[in-house]
Design a protein around this ligand. Structure first.
Ligand code: HEM
Length: 435
């Protein structure tokens, strides 16, 4: 029996884990625990890992950092060691994403360009996803066709991502000896797949990051900045603590941001948009620079405590060496990024505290920020949107600060949970007041 063989191979190497239970493995228990944990709220200063990654956390606590559990017939190795995580991510040809066809149907795109040995089941859900995909495909094809026709008419193309993808498509069409045109770059179907994937990869994760930024900006009032001393503690903070910058200080500072929104400049000049974005983000950096911290550090610390993509999965169709382990085909791996990001062995006793200073140069545990910090993946398949999201988050913050004061709503309930992405289950309501 394959499952028992796999289990023996893992145990013989000194790995511990849950015993195999026929057919469903740990899935049923995991789902049951998730359902109850999901509803619960936790304290802000608590380690969120036992709550967010309940079943994984318990397995690691009981069986060790490199332990295994069962997803149906497949053992899943939990990997929370940063060196092993990096080794896995640095070998994308060997360790591939064992995503089921459900994920691929909707998203498509470069992330799935690899050997496809994972099965497709025509379940009700999969059929529904397929129908949704057809609708999405039609919609995108309409947009791409429209753009293609405009290109053929020689109209000026907007300088955007779709334009770049389409240009790659047209630039790499060559003609063979018989006069047939061959696409050697991206085909139109590839372009459509990419559009879908960019949308799915970038929307939820990005939205969560902006939530986090606003939330941390208002909730934690730990880093003193004497820019102004009018006593406004900014709301939402711990009573008696010092704000980074109080509201009036912000109003003074954000005056220097360019007026309007990036979109409102579109008619003036196509390149003005990017200048606006760059300028706004530079001004914001400068503003925070006077406060010892900068926005990048706040974003990094937010992504450490609440990485929007806290778990990654990999698998292999061959026997592979990983550290001093031998991983047979059929064993999948869960890379426990969210747990690693709060591991006191790397982040110290204050691992659960929000402290952007750990990302400033010269801080004693700065080495962890290099070795145990992986919010955007690593290796060749590292997130290609990472710079974009950081700039976007800064722009969004700059624009909000320019027009509003904001605080965390008293109705906020702290319930972060991993539901594909790490998200606040009850949302992160903010109260915005027009300045
Ligand atoms: C805070 C926001 C984001 C986070 C935390 C994030 C995180 C990640 C992570 C962890 C991966 C690696 C997945 C894996 O190896 O299994 C990834 C891949 C990817 N991300 Fe992001 N992402 C974010 C936003 C975006 C945005 C805005 C875009 C696009 C505009 C994007 C495009 C991609 C693409 C295309 C890949 C696949 C790269 C490849 O496989 O070669 N991401 N992202």
């Amino acid at each position: 029996m394959v499952e028992r063989e796999l289990e023996n191979i893992l145990r013989q190497q000194g790995l511990n884990g849950t015993p195999y239970r026929p057919f469903l493995g740990d899935v049923k228990n995991m789902m049951r625990l998730n359902e109850t944990d999901k509803q619960k709220t936790i304290n802000l200063s608590e380690d969120a890992s036992p709550h967010v990654f309940g079943y994984y956390y318990r397995t690691v606590a009981k069986y060790g950092k490199n332990s295994f559990m069962w997803f149906g017939l497949w053992p899943r190795l939990n990997v929370a060691d940063p060196e092993l995580i990096k080794e896995i991510l640095s070998r994308p040809d060997a360790f591939q994403q064992p995503l089921p066809e459900t994920g691929k149907i909707l998203t498509g795109g470069i992330v799935f360009l690899q050997d496809e040995k994972w099965g497709y089941l025509p379940t009700k859900l999969n059929r529904k996803l397929k129908a949704m995909n057809n609708e999405l495909q039609l919609l995108l094809k309409g947009i791409v066709d429209k753009r293609q026709k405009a290109m053929e008419r020689g109209e000026a193309m907007p300088n955007d991502l779709l334009g770049a993808l389409m240009e790659s498509n047209s630039r790499f069409i060559n003609e063979d000896n018989d006069g047939n045109q061959n696409v050697v770059g991206m085909s139109i179907d590839d372009v459509i797949d990419e559009c879908k994937f960019f949308y799915f990869a970038g929307s939820k994760t990005n939205e969560k990051l902006r939530h986090l930024l606003l939330y941390h900006f208002r909730r934690y009032n730990k880093l003193p900045c004497d820019y102004s001393d009018d006593g406004d503690r900014g709301g939402g903070g711990d009573p008696g603590s010092t704000t980074w910058v109080n509201q009036r200080g912000w109003m003074d500072l954000t005056r220097h941001l360019p007026a309007g929104t990036p979109c409102s400049h579109q008619t003036a000049s196509a390149s003005w948009d990017s200048h606006f974005l760059l300028f706004a983000s530079l001004v914001l950096e400068l503003i925070l620079y006077v406060c010892v911290i900068n926005v990048t550090m706040i974003l990094q610390e937010s992504l450490r405590l609440y990485p929007p993509a806290p778990l990654m999965t990999r698998g292999s169709t061959k026997t592979l060496k990983l550290g001093n382990m031998t991983i047979p085909p059929g064993v999948h791996m869960t890379l426990l990024i969210g747990i690693l990001h709060r591991d006191p062995d790397f982040w110290g006793d204050d691992a659960n505290e929000f402290n952007p200073h750990r990302f400033s140069e010269g801080v004693s545990n700065a080495a962890s920020t290099q070795s145990a910090y992986i919010p955007f993946g690593a290796g060749q398949r590292v997130c290609i949107g990472q710079n974009l999201v950081l700039i976007e988050a800064k722009i969004a913050l700059a624009m909000i600060l320019q027009s509003f004061s904001f605080e965390l709503s008293p109705s906020y309930l702290h319930a972060p949970f991993n539901d594909i992405n790490l998200l606040p289950i009850y949302g992160a309501p903010m109260i915005l007041r027009s300045l």
